[in-house]
Each structure stands twice: as structure tokens, then as C-alpha cells.
Design a protein around this ligand. Structure first.
Ligand code: MSP
Length: 647
């Protein structure tokens, strides 16, 4: 199989931030995942260097646009290795080959009669570098740049986009995966339900010179989007190179929702006019927000990936972004959130499993993987958890549901930690009679680590490499590099000898972190808290609150309640086993929540729901995403002892 994955080419008017890093991490992870599936993969990123924005930024710094573009493009190029991002091609729109291809395409489309000259007046947003329709404005402003667009009237060249509207609608209807997730496909179909206007594809040189000259009129340069989108073809040596023939039929683009319209409407209609087959898929994600606002240079709330790598480590950043964001929806960045994920999922769960298991292998088996004996119940459960995880992981990763894929991997991590507690290898080591049992347990743990090193590899390449080295396996061994061969149980060869172990994730000391933050000068002085008279109506006393017993419960089984769309029957340990019926079926499937630790009200009088006695209540936050109300289960930020009281 072949894979061609691209990111947007980033404007060189700003340095790389977390938003750019996320898209590029996604594309890199997807390439690495497809490589472990045995695919021939090509991954392309790059920089978009023409247009108003860049000319303006260069002017502000008093340098030539090319010199400016060289500098910022270099920053993008240099950032990717720090994030373990390894593209096969880094394209720049100022590359000679790209300029030649753009001009050849313009000529072809012009000769075909799909480009005409006309007078136009419209509302132009410099930030978006395109004309906006009245409908797109919010309170008279561009919704992305929060500034009013400029009224511009001039003569220009236009691309007959409207000519291809119906063909595009038919294509989207016939190919449901053309734009994913579905919400964005619906958004595109909704744009297309109104008549499309033709696209202005030139800028008069009297207004802008920094662009690719039109081959049929040297008094104009090409509109930056008509130039930029073509990068996806030039990077493959379009039209004659073998790479184009091999990779274009499987082209997949990753973008955020800000540039949906150029990618889902301009680009496919351009391809239709050029008579080049349409790309295979467009994957659209949401925004990383800081304090509920999209991160952007103009707003001044940017988070720099370089700084995050220095503070938390590259794999933590990659894992955090992929685990935290549901692809397609917005997510919020905070240092608390990244520390919580690092300390809990990485240091506590995966890191501890790794160091404990290998310390025991060293202590009890001299670091040599033993031959396992007969399987007992807990061994079967561990194997079955791994076998259940693999197809979920594979499907989720190939469908860009990285958070679901990682959640399923962490179910195995969590079960493996439990497996240690259940089997108590340290107790087995005390008696020679239980030697074989001890060896079986240690074999299963090391086998589990081998499998984990393989499935975390696309997301955390450094961690995977450390795990593989410590396990004594060669990095290119198929058992740790190919999913078809390694994605099974009992693959690790007994006799494999472990090497020295490096800790995977040193914990972030939350106290130190807080102290450090508190030493930093605060931008705004905290207002002195005044004591204000309190209106106590509707409030409860501490005594009343004390009567409510909140506990952490672990969901061990879940199923849909028959004849109900809303209810799930949960079996939880808190720490004793009990049944709770919860109205969350519209938001969670049973498989999603098994293994989760949730908060419950433990001392509620039992009640019957659909005939099922329910002993307690699960807590959830009522929230809204894109106008849809939903429930999100309340959990704890790290794994705690089941049944812990919540104070
Ligand atoms: N140059 C155009 C793209 C041309 S592609 C043919 C452009 N450049 S950009 O520098 O503005 O990059 C936009 C892209 O950067 C988004 O689509 C997304 O991939 C990434 N992100 C920028 N800010 C982001 C967030 N705050 N959150 C998530 N991704 C973001 O548009």
C-alpha cells in the first residue's frame, strides 16, 4: 500500500507555534503508523511564501521579502527535527520548480477558457488573503481575524469555479470520506448549497508584486491560494515524475478548520479544471485554544513548541496533543493539562510498568526473558486485553481518531499494572515451587512491553526506541517495527537478554512547577481580594455537604440498557462492586468507558431505573460543543486507589 500525507504549507509571517506543531505531529504520526503497517509513505510539509501578508511583514522589518521568507522558512524547517518530525519533502513556494508548475497550470486553465478578465469589487480580508462574503462576517468583522475587511474594487482575472460546482457536489456525495470528520463534510455541502462565485486569482502588480507572475499577463501576480494549493502536486514532480503517478492517487491532506474552504472548494474545482483526479481525503481538525481563544500571533497568546519540548520532552508533547484533542474538535492547552497527562499516563502508568517489570526481570531472571508456562486466568485476561486493543488501535489510527487509539493502548497499560498487583511476583519469588509461575508472569509482562513499544512508536518514537533497547531487541526487528508481525501475542523470544534501563518519563514535580510559575513576573497584578457581603440564599452549609459521600469508582463492565437510548448499566468497584444506571448512553459507548475511574455519589438511596436497581450516581459535567449539549464524565487527573473518598 502507498500513503501520501501532507500538511498545509505554513505562512512565513510568523514563527511556528503549537497549532502548526499539532498538524505536523498528526501527519508525522500518521506516516509512522502507516510505515509500521508496511506502507510506502511520502510525507510533505513546507512554507507558503508569497502574498500580501509576507510582503507586509518583510516591509515592517525593512528587508526584501525573499530574505525574510528564507529566515522564517528556516525556522519551520529547523523546528520539525526537535519534534521528531521527519518529512520526506519540505517544499517552498519560492522554489523554481514550483513557480514553473504554477505557471504551466495557469496557462493550461487559461487556454481551456476557465480563466477570464473582469472588474470586481468585494470585501477583502488581508489576514485570510481572500474576499469574504457578507454572510461570513460576524458583526461586520472577519470571524478569524476579528477585523473588518477592506472594500476593494479592481480589474482582475477570475477562475470559473462555479462551472465545477455540481461536479464537486456529486463527488462529495459519492465519496462520503472525501472530507472528514463528518461535521466538516456537512459544512462543505452547506457552502455548496448556495451558488458559488468565481474565484479572483490575480493581484495587480500596482498593489502587490511579491508573487508568481501570470504567464499570460505580466502586469499581474497570482493570488496566493492559487499558487499555494499547487504545492501538493509540485512536491511530487507533477506532471511527469514517477512520484506523481505513484502517490497522487492516494493523496490525503491534513488541515485545521480555518482553511476548509480553500481546500474543500477551491482546490478540488482547480483539479477538475486541470483534469487531474481529486485528492483522496481531507482530514480537518479543530483549534488549539488558550483561554478559550484560538492561538494566533495577532491575538498574542501563542505557545511555542520549542519551549514545550525543552520543558516537558518531545514525546510528552506528541502524546499530549494526540491524546488530549479529539480530532475534529477544539481543545484547550494549559501547562496543568500537560503535566497531568505526563505524570499520570506517562510517568505513573507506562513509565512505572516499564521500570517495575524490567527491574523484576533483572532481579528474578538475571535479565533474561524466560520461557512461559501454562496460562492462568489473569494471563488470559492480559492476552485478551492486548488482542482486543490491537484492532481498535489499528482502526482508530487509520481513521485519525488518535485519542481513541491511545485510550485503547492505555487500557492495556492499566490492565498490565493490575496484573502485577494480582500476581505479586515478589511473593512468587519467595518459593521455588512457584518458579514457573513467576517466569510466566515475567514473560507476559515483557511481552506486553514489547507490544506496547510497537504501538506507541508512531506517537512516541524516542520512548519506543528506549523500550526496545532496554528489552534487548534490535530496532529494526520486525517484532518491534511491523504491526502484522509484531501485533500478536507470544512473539518475544525467550532467551532475549535485556540491556540497561533508562527511565522513560521523569515526573514533573508539580510543587516545583508551581513555585517556578509563581516566581515569574505576573503580567497583571492580582487584585487584592476584598471581603464582600455574602448572599447565602440557595447555598448549603458545610455540614450539609459533608453528608454527601463522593468516591472514585472504577468501571469494570458496561452495557446498554435494553429499550433505552439514554441509559447504560455500569458495574463499578468503589471499592466494593455495585451497579449504577447512568444516563450517558448518547455520549459514551460501553467500550469507551471500561477501565475508567469516575466520580460517584456513593451514599444515595438505591432506586430502580427500567427495573434495574441502581446504587449510586455517576457525576458528569454538562457542556456544549458546537451548539450540542453533551455530558462528560467527571474523573480524577491521575489513577488513584479505587474507592478513594473525594474530599
Ligand atoms: N498558508 C496557508 C495554508 C496553505 S496550504 C496550501 C495557511 N498558513 S498558516 O500558517 O496560517 O497555517 C494554518 C494552519 O496551521 C492551520 O490550518 C492548522 O493546520 C495550523 N494551525 C494554526 N493555528 C492553529 C491553532 N490554533 N490550532 C490548530 N491548528 C492551527 O493557512
Amino acid at each position: 500500500m502507498t500513503t501520501y500525507i501532507t500538511t498545509p504549507i505554513y505562512y512565513v509571517n510568523a514563527q511556528p507555534h503549537l497549532g502548526h506543531a499539532y498538524t505536523t505531529i498528526v501527519a508525522d504520526t500518521y506516516s509512522r503508523f502507516n510505515r509500521i503497517c508496511g506502507d510506502d509513505v511520502r510525507f510533505q510539509t513546507g512554507t507558503d511564501e508569497h502574498g500580501d501578508k509576507i510582503a507586509e511583514a518583510a516591509e515592517k522589518e525593512n528587508v526584501e521579502p525573499k530574505e525574510y521568507a528564507d529566515r522564517i522558512s528556516g525556522m519551520f524547517r529547523d523546528t520539525w527535527p526537535l519534534l521528531q518530525i521527519t518529512p520526506d519533502n519540505f517544499i517552498r513556494t519560492t522554489d523554481e520548480e514550483h513557480i514553473a508548475v504554477v505557471q504551466a497550470i495557469l496557462q493550461k486553465v487559461y487556454d481551456k477558457g476557465d480563466i477570464y478578465f473582469d472588474e470586481y469589487s468585494g470585501l477583502y480580508c488581508r489576514g485570510c488573503e481572500r474576499f469574504l462574503t457578507e454572510k461570513e462576517l460576524v458583526d461586520g468583522n472577519c470571524p478569524d481575524h476579528q477585523q473588518p475587511p477592506q472594500e476593494i474594487a479592481e480589474q482582475n482575472y477570475f477562475f470559473r469555479m462555479s462551472k465545477y460546482q455540481q461536479q464537486l457536489i456529486d463527488h462529495i456525495n459519492a465519496n462520503p470520506d472525501f472530507v472528514t470528520p463528518e461535521r466538516y463534510r456537512n459544512e462543505v455541502l452547506s457552502f455548496l448549497s448556495e451558488p458559488l462565485e468565481d474565484l479572483c486569482i490575480s493581484r495587480p502588480k500596482s498593489r502587490l508584486t511579491w508573487g508568481i507572475e501570470l504567464p499570460f499577463d505580466d502586469t499581474f501576480v497570482t493570488y496566493v491560494w492559487f499558487d499555494a494549493l499547487i504545492n501538493y502536486l509540485t512536491g511530487l514532480g507533477y506532471p511527469d515524475d514517477e512520484k506523481f503517478k505513484k502517490y497522487w492517487p492516494v493523496a490525503e491532506h491534513v488541515i485545521a478548520k480555518d482553511i476548509l474552504k480553500p481546500h474543500a472548494i477551491y482546490w478540488p474545482t482547480m483539479l477538475l479544471s486541470m483534469e487531474v483526479p481529486l485528492y483522496k481525503k481531507l482530514h480537518v481538525h479543530g483549534y488549539w485554544n488558550v483561554d478559550d481563544t484560538k492561538m494566533s500571533k495577532s491575538i498574542g497568546n501563542v505557545v511555542r513548541p520549542k519551549e514545550l519540548v525543552a520543558e516537558y520532552g518531545v514525546d510528552t508533547l506528541r502524546y499530549f496533543t494526540l491524546r488530549e484533542m479529539s480530532f475534529g474538535l477544539d481543545s484547550s492547552f494549559s501547562s496543568e493539562a500537560i503535566v497531568a497527562r505526563k505524570n499520570s499516563d506517562l510517568a505513573n502508568d507506562l513509565g512505572n510498568l516499564f521500570s517495575r517489570s524490567l527491574a523484576m526481570l533483572k532481579k528474578y531472571c538475571d535479565g533474561v526473558v524466560p520461557e512461559p508456562g501454562a496460562e492462568e486466568e489473569s494471563d488470559i485476561l492480559l492476552r485478551e486485553t492486548a488482542e482486543k486493543m490491537l484492532p481498535v488501535y489499528r482502526e482508530s489510527m487509520s481513521e485519525f481518531k488518535f485519542h481513541t487509539g491511545l485510550r485503547s493502548v492505555w487500557e492495556l497499560v492499566s490492565y498490565a499494572n493490575k496484573y502485577i498487583v494480582t500476581n505479586e511476583p515478589w511473593a512468587l519469588a519467595k518459593s521455588p515451587d512457584s518458579k514457573k509461575r513467576l517466569e510466566t508472569v515475567l514473560y507476559n509482562l515483557t511481552e506486553c512491553l514489547r507490544l506496547l513499544s510497537l504501538v506507541v512508536k508512531p506517537v512516541m518514537p524516542e520512548t519506543a526506541a528506549k523500550m526496545v533497547t532496554a528489552l534487548g531487541i534490535e530496532a529494526d526487528d520486525p517484532s518491534v517495527s511491523l504491526l502484522d508481525i509484531g501485533g500478536k501475542w507470544n512473539v518475544l523470544k525467550p532467551g532475549t537478554t535485556m540491556r540497561a534501563v533508562e527511565p522513560l518519563f521523569p515526573r514533573v514535580d508539580v510543587k516545583k512547577q508551581t513555585d517556578k510559575e509563581s516566581q515569574q513576573p505576573k503580567k497583571q497584578k492580582k487584585k487584592k481580594e476584598k471581603s464582600v457581603p455574602v448572599d447565602t440564599e440557595g447555598l448549603i452549609t458545610f455540614e450539609q455537604f459533608k453528608d454527601v459521600e463522593l468516591r472514585v469508582a472504577e468501571i469494570v463492565a458496561a452495557e446498554k440498557v435494553k429499550k433505552s437510548d439514554r441509559l447504560l448499566k455500569l458495574t463499578v468497584n468503589a471499592p466494593e462492586e455495585r451497579t449504577i444506571v447512568a444516563g450517558i448512553a448518547e455520549y459514551y459507548s460501553p467500550d469507551d468507558i471500561i477501565g475508567m475511574q469516575v466520580l460517584i455519589v456513593a451514599n444515595l438511596k438505591p432506586a430502580k431505573l427500567m427495573g434495574i436497581p441502581s446504587q449510586g450516581m455517576v457525576l458528569a459535567a454538562k457542556t456544549e460543543t458546537d451548539g450540542e449539549e453533551r455530558l462528560v464524565l467527571a474523573t480524577v487527573s491521575g489513577r488513584v486507589k479505587t474507592g478513594s473518598k473525594v474530599a
